[in-house]
Design a binder for this molecule. Structure first.
Ligand code: DGP
Length: 227
């Protein structure tokens, strides 16, 4: 009989939590999908997730808000975005512990950046997401608001306005500082490079990370040290 219990096996083989963050139109979804396809085609167990998850009941309210069909108080919508992440935590945790790598397109960093850009208090905004699973890497797709504006489809949804996007970008950088990024959690990527160059760099970092995560425990301590 094996003396190694299931939890130990899981911890030693867990998947990596790979997060893409950035302002609107920075190319997060393109890179997240390309990485997903690369890993899948190379035999990895991998899933691609996106926040907000517009399919859940909470996600449908968020969708109506983003499409300007619904008006909601800034604090109320902030809490709904956070609740939308919390309602997925159990499934995400189980997948990671079973060895599946998760590629996640937006997360709590977007949650805080957009709400603070609208005028809410930074500490108040961080609290609802405190204790979520922590990502193992944050690929920050960095693009100026001027460059974003020139990309197709900009301006269709609520937050796609140049002045707001400029603020959002600054707040992402504040959150990077707040993370006290000693273990190089954040990778800042110039989103103006070619799709293929970015993809190559992302694949290289992700493969190293996936290997490293096999040995690391999963952390559900987002912002617990700083908030
Ligand atoms: P996307 O589907 O990635 O284009 O995101 C839709 C919009 O929602 C985008 O402008 C960014 C914004 N957003 C994403 N997550 C959050 C969040 O948690 N809070 C707020 N306030 N906005 C968010």
């Amino acid at each position: 009989m094996s003396l190694i219990n299931r939890d130990t096996i899981n911890i030693n083989n867990r998947g990596a939590f790979i997060l893409f963050e950035g302002c609107d139109k920075a190319g997060k979804s393109t890179q997240a999908k390309k990485l997903f396809e690369y890993l899948k085609n190379n035999g990895h167990s991998v899933e691609l997730w996106k926040f907000p998850d517009r399919k859940t009941t909470i996600g449908q309210i968020i969708n109506g808000y983003l499409a300007n069909d619904k008006e909601l108080d800034d604090k109320a919508i902030h809490l709904l975005f956070s609740a939308n992440r919390w309602e997925c935590m159990k499934d995400m945790k189980n997948l990671l512990l079973s060895g599946t790598t998760l590629i996640v397109d937006r997360y709590a960093y977007s949650g805080v950046s957009y709400s603070v850009a609208k005028g809410l208090d930074l500490d108040w905004c961080c609290l609802p997401d405190r204790g979520l699973l922590s990502p193992d890497i944050v690929f920050f797709m960095d693009l100026t608001a001027e460059a974003a504006e020139k990309r197709g489809g900009f301006g269709e949804e609520r937050y796609e306005k140049k002045s707001l996007q400029e603020k959002v970008r600054k707040i992402f950088y504040m959150l990077k500082e707040k993370d006290n990024d000693s273990d190089s959690l954040w990778k800042i990527l110039n989103a103006n490079q070619s799709v293929e160059m970015l993809h190559k760099r992302i694949v290289e970092s992700s493969l190293k990370l996936i290997e490293k995560c096999h040995q690391l425990p999963l952390k559900d301590d987002l912002w617990k040290a700083t908030c």
